[in-house]
Write a protein that binds this ligand. Structure first.
Ligand code: NAD
Length: 359
């Protein structure tokens, strides 16, 4: 079984390239890797807002970041040539379902075309030994059933975002079979995680940022799909899965290459309304009403993952239950709204997370 603490220690001084480091998950991963003493190279579009986690952490001064577009293959290639990474984490994507309805072509271009460019760069760069390729739990054909999806379940997607992630999986599989399987000492995995929450997310149309924007302005939280059930997990959970898997791929590339789910235990499957209520209760204001708004776009109602493979083969487990996840989320946003140091808060959370023994 691979140990997270040992894996993180082993990344010291390693050259690691990640796409999407200006985003929610990518900024946390970049911080975690920088704290571990890795040489971090980030490639992404510039952060969208002043309050983005990337900016609050001062990552531009801490890692080697380049403002680039993954749809630009030549630029991405030049970045790979300069970085000569040993590890690649691909998180860059158009990550929002609603945005994908508004801009389907841009979503497909980024999530499929951009991913092809990334895979081409990996193919052309012999220094790369380990690839973690992030897709989504939404890559599975959603049957609205009560069982968790397994890694070998059918792929599919009704909305453009989900379809783009399913397509990115098929592309990954083709590169694996055609080019990567025969590459010596090379480990490659696609990773599928559920709905990720936590500090540092300001995306539009996501439940947690919507909650804190509303709480801050003392306005009702508007829920698009209050009854939709999601496997909520703290942002550090899937990232710990990616890191553990990267360690495992380094030790045994053949055994660990493939697809992996990283989701919370069943107790964290809650409705959107229950999550919003937990935020309000923990915040303690009691003044927020949960309003409901009909949405014209279809979104999956019921969706969660079966993570038996990562539990049994990788020894990975979620560390924070729903209550802890909600508490840490509120803790982070409270620190932000009170003007505390976000670098310190985020590092503290990484330390607390790493020290937690599995529930
Ligand atoms: N947050 C979640 O709940 C969740 C759930 C499942 C999967 N994911 C996946 O995890 C990954 C990271 O998600 P996130 O929540 O951090 O998203 P995010 O929107 O916060 O960040 C996306 C990142 O990708 C970059 N990006 C977007 N288009 C780009 C382009 N054309 N060229 C270069 N960079 C580009 C952005 O600049 C940003 O750095 C994505 O692949 C997403 O689909 C996220």
């Amino acid at each position: 079984m691979v140990n997270l603490v040992n894996t993180i220690a082993s990344l010291r001084s390693k050259r690691i390239l990640l796409t999407g480091d200006t985003g929610f998950k990518g900024s946390w991963l970049a911080l975690w890797l920088a704290e571990a003493g890795a040489e971090v190279y980030g490639y992404a579009l510039p952060p969208l807002r002043e309050e983005d986690h990337f900016n609050l952490l001062g990552l531009r001064n801490r890692i080697d970041h380049f403002d680039g577009d993954i749809r630009d293959r030549d630029q991405l290639r030049r970045f790979f040539q300069q970085a000569q990474p040993e590890f690649v984490f691909h998180l860059g994507a158009q990550a929002l379902v609603r945005e994908s309805y508004q801009n389907p072509k841009a979503t497909f271009d980024t999530n499929i075309g951009g991913s092809v460019n990334l895979l081409e760069c990996v193919r052309e760069t012999p220094s790369v030994k380990t690839l973690i390729y992030v897709t989504s739990d939404k890559c599975y054909r959603n049957r609205e059933w009560i069982w968790g999806y397994r890694e070998n379940d059918e792929l599919g997607g009704r909305d453009p975002y989900s379809a783009s992630k399913a397509a990115a999986e098929i592309v990954f599989s083709a590169y694996g079979d055609s080019f990567f399987a025969s590459r010596p000492n090379f480990g490659y995995a696609s990773v599928r995680a559920g709905n990720v929450i936590g500090g540092g997310d300001w995306s539009s149309d996501r439940i947690i940022p919507d909650c804190f924007r509303s709480i801050y302005h003392n306005k009702p939280i508007v829920l698009r799909h209050p009854k939709s059930t999601r496997p909520w997990q703290y942002v550090l959970e899937p990232l710990s899965g990616y890191l553990t898997l990267a360690g495992a791929l380094t030790e045994n590339p053949k055994q660990f290459s493939g697809a992996w789910n990283f989701g919370p235990h069943g107790e964290a499957n809650r409705t959107v309304k229950e999550l919003a209520q937990a935020m309000i209760d923990l915040w303690g204001s009691g003044q927020i009403n949960v309003a409901q708004q009909d949405s014209d776009w279809h979104e999956a109602g019921l969706l969660h993952l079966n993570c038996d493979k990562s539990h049994h083969q990788l020894g990975w487990r979620p560390r924070w239950n729903f209550e802890r996840t909600a508490t840490e989320t509120v803790d982070w946003y409270r620190a932000f709204l009170e003007g505390q140091s976000i670098t310190q808060k985020s590092i503290e959370q990484i330390q607390r997370y790493t020290e937690t023994i599995y529930d």
